[in-house]
Design a protein around this ligand. Structure first.
Ligand code: NAG
Ligand code: NAG
Ligand code: NAG
Ligand code: NAG
Length: 615
């Protein structure tokens, strides 16, 4: 990923197509229908392209060339140039303009395939060739006209337009999977047709076409620039009065602030560039949007505090309720966690997994670096509170459905996507409940995406005591069965209303699995069921759930079922194998033999609310 590109995600897409290195440069003599005079007159920032050209130069040139195509679209209603001879001559016209500005970068074939904007059925965009085609196919879906019109200087305005462009792209690609040009078309359409000012207006081109601009000196429209100009003007008037010293200090201050702003901006961009946004609808938020949504991150809006940060409730300007999680620690490990979660969770969509709406990174001198993840708001909070703290107990059908929901969510992570994802931190505080009490697995801060051909030994064991599979906690051996283990513990917690470590006084605390297994073995399974469901629910089914829980949380990895099998057992589709005896009570002997001393183990108890990482 090269550095100048994440300037806006729009341009980011220019990465996605490959350029083919063949020239048919001198072939053409069909004259180009585009007048490239704007290349020399438009105030774009050419600095990346002066010798030696720097990364990002090609993308800049593509954007500037794109402006010509947008102008052409406005004039002719055609997205494509008529033929490859015309296209070649456009590219050489463009190249000549660049040469006249002392930019000698070979625009084609280095930056564009000469035929990229010539219609080719293999790489088209849903068969669209003209504005009429576009209107016919896209119109009922989304109106770029409404979000991409007007002044797009403001970042919120611009990002709304950009998001609409991304949505249209994913929509069209879903219609015609081989489409490669839809994103460009959306860009050109937004600049040339949807917007009243058109592509040659810097308020539009800098947002939609992502053309880097020279700082404005005259003809200002942006209010902050108008202010700056006013200051420049005033300074001019005052020069006679102003002593050299004062001016110098003011100038120093100004440049220092500018430098700082640049540093902040650089940080934000560097984090953003590390997250590859797939087309799932998640997006980058401006911090101002989140501030507005959460009443300025008011204390009153705090709905949770966890190992990784504070969670605020917020309401976006369109009325949607969201949960905004601020990642608190400021070390770079947290940047990793942030980008990890952002990237993993934005790839997945499943009704039993908490959906991510977007991310936000910001950095400023006063408040420092801040990172946020924005999720759907879950009005019923987390499962832990419902099991252990709620005044109203969960009913049997609710408990059953929650367990099945978790199994389905996990099943999707393990089998529904490739490469599969291990959550690594399944526990009742990480299961959230929506308005219908449907469960959703949340918190992917520790999730790990498997990679083909890589052994599953990890050096950094992370997760929560009590829920950690022993082989993983002790030897760092990570498999899908580690999640199954934690899931088993959660099943038992849900069924019994008891925490992972059972017992009142420290030394006599035992693991919930050992406790349940003893009761099952001695035929007293009813004693496991929580009081509120003991005499209400169907005993045979509830016993099945408990047995599956015990099996899932078995010490021996090989005896645990996969999540898919566990789900079948829960649903009664397959029989549960006879429960093998547990070799030894886990909470004592194994832990004493290892670097985890018993005291560190128990000091983290009380439901294992704290997350740990150890090397
Ligand atoms: C393009 O140019 C080549 C050679 O200059 C010519 O043979 C060919 O017919 C032209 N094609 C079109 C579509 O004009
Ligand atoms: C190309 O076309 C222009 C007119 O459009 C003409 O003046 C010129 O001679 C032509 N060049 C060649 C090589 O055919
Ligand atoms: C998409 O491209 C692949 C390979 O390039 C081809 O096999 C497939 O038929 C194409 N699909 C459509 C809908 O054109
Ligand atoms: C071309 O742009 C102008 C001004 O930007 C606009 O009024 C006109 O409607 C556009 N043409 C088309 C076909 O949209």
């Amino acid at each position: 990923m090269n550095t100048s590109h994440f300037l806006t995600p729009f341009i980011f897409f220019f990465f996605f197509f490959t350029t083919h290195f063949h020239t048919n440069a001198e072939a053409a003599n069909s004259s180009c229908p585009i007048n490239f005079d704007y290349v020399t007159t438009f105030p774009w920032d050419t600095s990346l392209c002066h010798a030696p050209p720097r990364p990002g130069c090609c993308q800049t040139l593509r954007s500037v060339f794109g402006m010509g195509l947008a102008i052409y679209l406005n004039r002719t209603s055609n997205f494509y140039l008529p033929d490859s001879n015309t296209s070649s001559s456009c590219m050489s016209d463009f190249h000549e303009k660049l040469l006249s500005m002392s930019i000698s970068v070979p625009f084609y074939p280095a930056c564009y395939d000469t035929n990229f904007f010539v219609n080719n059925p293999l790489t088209s965009c849903a068969g669209i060739r003209t504005v009429d085609d576009w209107t016919r196919i896209v119109d009922p879906y989304i109106q770029l006209e409404s979000v991409c019109n007007g002044d797009l200087t403001r970042l919120t305005q611009c990002s709304m337009c950009r998001d609409a462009g991304l949505r249209i792209n994913s929509y069209l690609v879903s219609l015609h999977p081989n489409s490669t040009k839809c994103f460009f078309f959306a860009v050109f359409y937004a600049a040339a047709i949807a917007n009243e000012f058109g592509p040659e207006d810097r308020r539009i081109s800098s947002c939609v076409l992502a053309i880097p601009m020279l700082p404005i000196s005259t003809d200002d429209r942006k209010p902050n620039h108008r202010a700056r100009n006013l200051i420049v003007g005033l300074l001019g008037g005052l020069t006679g009065l102003c002593t050299a010293g004062v001016c110098f200090i003011a100038y120093k201050k100004y440049t220092k602030k500018k430098k700082q702003d640049l540093l902040h901006q650089k940080y934000v961009l560097s984090v953003q560039s590390r997250v590859v946004l797939p087309n799932t609808g998640s997006k980058w938020f401006q911090v101002s949007e989140l501030e507005q949504a959460t009443n300025g991150f008011s204390e009153k809006n705090i709905i949770g505090r966890g190992g990784f940060g504070v969670v605020y409730k917020g309401t976006l300007s369109d009325g949607t309720e969201v949960a905004v999680k601020q990642i608190l620690d400021m070390d770079s490990k947290c940047d990793d966690e942030f980008t990890n979660e952002a990237e993993i969770i934005s790839k997945i969509r499943h009704r039993n997994l908490l959906a991510l709406r977007g991310f936000c990174v910001t950095s400023e001198s006063f408040k420092g670096k801040r990172r946020y993840l924005v999720y759907d708001y879950m009005p019923n909070g987390n499962l832990d509170d419902h099991i252990f703290n709620a005044r109203e107990h969960l009913s049997w059908p609710q408990r059953k459905n929650i367990i099945l929901d978790i199994a389905k969510g996990l099943g999707y992570l393990h089998y529904g996507i490739k490469p599969s994802i291990f959550h690594r931190d399944i526990k009742s505080t990480n299961i959230l409940l929506d308005s219908e009490m449907k469960a959703r697995v949340a918190d992917f801060g520790l999730a790990k995406q498997t990679s083909e051909g890589q052994s599953h030994l990890t050096t950094r064991v992370a997760g929560t005591y009590g829920y950690l599979a022993p082989e993983y906690a002790l030897y760092g051996q990570l498999t899908e069965k580690s999640d199954v283990y934690s899931f088993g513990i959660v099943i038992l917690e849900i069924m019994s209303g008891r925490r992972v470590l059972v017992g009142s006084s420290e030394p006599s605390k035992i693991l919930i699995t050992d406790w349940a297994w003893e009761l099952v073995k001695s035929g007293r399974v009813e004693e496991i069921f929580h009081g509120s469901i003991r005499d209400v629910g169907p005993k045979a089914v509830m016993e099945r759930f408990v047995r599956v829980g015990i099996l899932c949380a078995h010490v021996m990895v090989g005896l645990r079922p996969t999540v898919a099998d566990a789900l079948k057992m829960l649903e009664g589709d397959v029989d549960i194998p006879r429960l093998p005896d547990r070799p030894l009570p886990l909470s004592h002997e194994i832990l004493q033999e290892t670097s985890f001393t018993y005291s560190t183990f128990t000091s983290q108890e009380s439901g294992g609310k704290s997350s740990i990482g150890s090397s």
